[in-house]
Design a protein around this ligand. Structure first.
Ligand code: CO
Ligand code: CO
Length: 348
């Protein structure tokens, strides 16, 4: 429909150019401290969304997410951005209710008909989620940006947080890793859009089934894996829960081609920064590519769930019934003194 490559208008290398984890500490300290008994989750635990209790059995889940184009197909970009924004509601155990579009658009450079495709792609995903798209806000912007603000709800006693992991819990991941590396390959002309189909299918898949299976299995600790990569988001769980963890790299589900591309140096800037910031003890046998997979900046990644060992089998069969793209046991929560380590481990 247009000869303009959306990704060429994005200065970010495939990761939406999220600020780094250390940058975020700088930003968050400027937020005022909140003293309100109905605020169940705020920024202090770096959770995926804020949670505000309305009554004993209802709480609002509120979140916002947007980024620059990571694929050239405008409808796919809209769909990915929508699935990514909705995911933060699912990562809290919630159900999305309402959404608003956030749009930055290079007026006069990219036709509005392309924006129409972005909105159409997003609306298809919110429809799948049973979430009502009610409007939004747009600005003239040299760099296209798109995302959603989402309001959902959760029962206050059944929400998932970063703070509920306990030593002995198993870590389960519900989508493959590698979307940052693969979308960077598109930007660098190492892959065409057809070669990105599996990554796009993963990024547009809702985490609703994973959240349902987790809730049914009694999971209380979850996050979704996005810009800070697996280890960065796991790090938020470890800090909020006061625990350590061990990841087994051989058990990680990985999109086809991502390891080879990373080994050849196709690594987004965000992934590099995540690796530099990761406070992990790496087993010496791990290759550089394996380490990049552990820190690859994901867009619309899967849920990372911490589940008590006695509930693991129920969770895995629930994930299988929901047809999640992965249901991989990738590690274990340990006491805090163990810190965070990554070993090769055994393939499942
Ligand atoms: Co998130
Ligand atoms: Co988010």
């Amino acid at each position: 429909m247009t000869s303009i490559r959306l990704t060429s208008l994005s200065h970010a290398a495939g990761c939406g150019c999220k600020l780094g984890s250390n940058d975020l500490s700088e930003v968050l300290r400027h937020l005022p401290a909140i003293q309100d008994a109905n605020v169940l989750v705020d920024a202090a635990t770096r959770d995926d969304a804020a949670v505000y209790r309305l009554s004993a059995d209802r709480a609002l889940v509120v979140t916002v997410d947007f980024f620059t184009p990571i694929v050239d197909d405008p409808a796919a970009w809209g769909a990915i951005a929508a699935a990514n924004a909705l995911s933060d509601v699912y990562a809290m155990g919630g159900r999305p209710l309402l959404a608003l579009n956030l749009v930055g658009w290079p007026r006069g450079i990219v036709p509005f008909e392309v924006l129409g495709e972005v909105l159409r792609g997003a609306a298809e995903i919110t429809r799948q989620a049973g979430c009502l798209m009610l409007g939004g806000h747009s600005i003239d912007d040299p760099e296209p940006k798109f995302g959603l603000a989402v309001v959902g709800e959760v029962h206050p006693d059944r929400m998932f947080t970063n703070a509920a992991a306990r030593p002995g819990d198993r870590l389960v991941l519900t989508k493959p890793l590698g979307t940052g590396i693969l979308t960077t390959a598109l930007k660098r002309n190492l892959r065409d859009e057809a070669g990105l189909a599996a990554a796009v299918a993963s990024m547009t898949a809702l985490n609703d089934g994973a959240a349902r299976a987790a809730a049914t299995a009694g999971v209380r600790c979850a996050t979704d894996v996005t810009g800070f990569g697996l280890l960065g988001h796991l790090g938020n769980i470890l800090a909020a829960s006061g625990v350590g963890a061990r990841i087994e790299a051989a058990r990680l589900p990985v999109l086809d081609g991502a390891l080879e591309l990373a080994a050849g140096g196709c690594v987004p800037g965000g992934t590099q920064r995540n690796l530099e910031a990761a406070p992990a003890a790496w087993a010496p046998e791990l290759t550089a590519a394996e380490r990049f997979i552990c820190t690859d900046a994901q867009t619309s990644g899967g849920l990372l769930l911490a589940v008590a060992p006695g509930r693991l089998a129920a969770l895995l069969s629930g994930l299988e019934a929901e047809g999640t793209l992965a249901a991989a046991v990738v590690g274990e929560i340990l006491p805090q003194a163990n810190g965070l380590s990554v070993v090769r481990g055994a393939e499942q």
